[in-house]
Ligand binder design. Structure first.
Ligand SMILES: C[S@@+](CC[C@H](N)C(=O)[O-])C[C@H]1O[C@@H](n2cnc3c(N)ncnc32)[C@H](O)[C@@H]1O
Length: 394
């Protein structure tokens, strides 16, 4: 499959080779095998070389994928409406994780300002130094008067008050892979391939991981058939751990997350036997995580039942779970589209097309979900007003 993908330019290929050498060294030091989560962490976040740590273009038309805030300002306007509602009962502050190009931050600040609800502080937690610079540059152009309220945090504050926002961050967190075969659980990791590069390598899972896999899948399979033959999937330990940490620190406020994924019963459906691992390279989706390490995105879908469980265990109340499309419609996306100036017909048509992508079931509308939790926040979020599927996560 890799053969059909475009070759990277020479300097990018060189960066990838340097990262591959570093990953191979890590595998050697570990005795010939590392977990896939370790591989994914190195490929995406190794300082200076990893996909999100290096300076290459990732988001937007000339990058590898397009996210909702990149697609249209309508997304940020809808999220702003939801935040403005919450600002009626929590401190008007936003903490955004993994802000990418800064598009959502810019739109949130501008829209909230237009509503007379500019947050007193907008904090960004960003693991990538190059993305921080890109965000600062965009915000200084788009919302110069509000730049003084924006700060970048090196570490998560021990106490958070306000609204936590993260779009497509959970799917970028390293996952562990497993292979289930007639009741035996193996952990799928990474070894150096004899011919160069890397290859999957399975070994019997340790007791803790095997137990976690069994508890996860048996919740789903006890009512349905157990899969026949090999079943490969992921466990998003880091995503659930991240939600737990943020939730514990959220002293008073709401947490609003957008990502693609499913409730557990769908995620681990016996028919979904090859998991959800995906790679994005120049707007093509493929399944080879070993192609050009550091030059492509690697993601897995989100198990929203695990996310909801982590938030609940930390004492947060569920405020809503729904498709992204339904959330955006409930936040008035169509009225906002209709209200956009029509003077520039091409720009209006572009926004209408973007709205279609955000809403269409065949695009981002159904696979992408919105999920919200809160502490000491009224359970009346407008984004979940007409339909709410939170009950499927219990
Ligand atoms: C797919 S991009 C999404 C970017 C942006 N939110 C958007 O919608 O365009 C994933 C982002 O998550 C960030 N990220 C991953 N793990 C993170 C963590 N633990 N804390 C903060 N950011 C994280 C990455 O650096 C990257 O900016």
């Amino acid at each position: 499959m890799g053969d059909a993908l475009p070759e990277p330019p020479a300097h990018a290929a060189q960066v990838s080779r340097e990262l591959a050498k570093r990953i191979a060294d890590a595998i050697d030091r570990a005795g010939g095998w590392i977990g896939f989560d370790r591989y994914m962490a190195l490929a995406l976040y190794e300082p200076r070389l990893g996909y999100y740590a290096a300076g290459s273009r990732k988001f937007g038309a000339e990058g590898d994928f397009v996210t909702a805030p990149e697609l249209s300002p309508l997304f940020g306007q809808c999220v702003a409406a939801q935040c403005a509602h919450w600002f009626g009962s929590v401190r008007p502050r936003i903490v955004e994780f993994g802000a990418g190009s800064g598009a959502l931050a810019a739109e949130l600040l501008a829209s909230l300002d237009a509503l007379g609800e500019a947050p007193e502080r907008y904090e960004i937690v960003e693991v990538s130094a190059s993305l921080r610079e890109r965000q600062r540059e965009l915000l200084s152009r788009r919302v110069p008067a509000l730049l003084g309220r924006v700060s970048w945090l090196d570490a998560l504050a021990p106490r958070i008050e306000g609204v936590v926002v993260a779009n497509e961050v959970l799917d970028a967190m390293p996952v562990r892979l497993f292979r289930w075969s007639d009741g035996a659980v193996h952990e799928r990791g990474v070894a150096c391939a004899p011919a160069g590069g890397f290859a999957f390598a399975d070994r019997p899972a340790d007791d803790a991981f095997a137990g976690r896999v069994r508890r996860t899948v048996e919740q789903v399979w006890r009512e349905g058939a157990t899969p026949r033959g090999d079943y490969v999937s992921e466990i998003g330990e880091q995503a659930a751990g991240w939600v737990a940490t943020v939730a514990e620190r959220l002293a008073c406020g709401a947490m609003l997350l957008f990502d693609y994924g499913f409730p557990r019963a769908e995620y681990y459906h016996p028919h979904r036997s090859t998991g959800t691992l995906q790679c994005h390279y120049r707007h093509r989706v493929h399944a080879d995580p070993f192609l050009w390490p550091g030059l492509q995105d690697i993601t897995a879908h989100v198990d929203f039942t695990a996310v909801a469980g982590a938030a609940r265990d930390a004492g947060l109340a569920a405020l809503g779970f729904n498709s992204q499309a339904r959330f955006l419609l409930d936040c008035g996306l169509l009225d906002r589209l209709a209200a956009l100036p029509r003077g520039d017909a091409r720009e209006w048509a572009r926004q209408a097309q973007a709205a279609q992508m955000l809403l269409s079931e065949a695009e981002m509308g159904e696979l992408f979900k919105a999920i919200a939790f809160g502490r000491d926040v009224p359970d009346d979020a407008p984004g979940f007003a007409t339909r709410d599927r939170r009950a499927v996560l219990e």
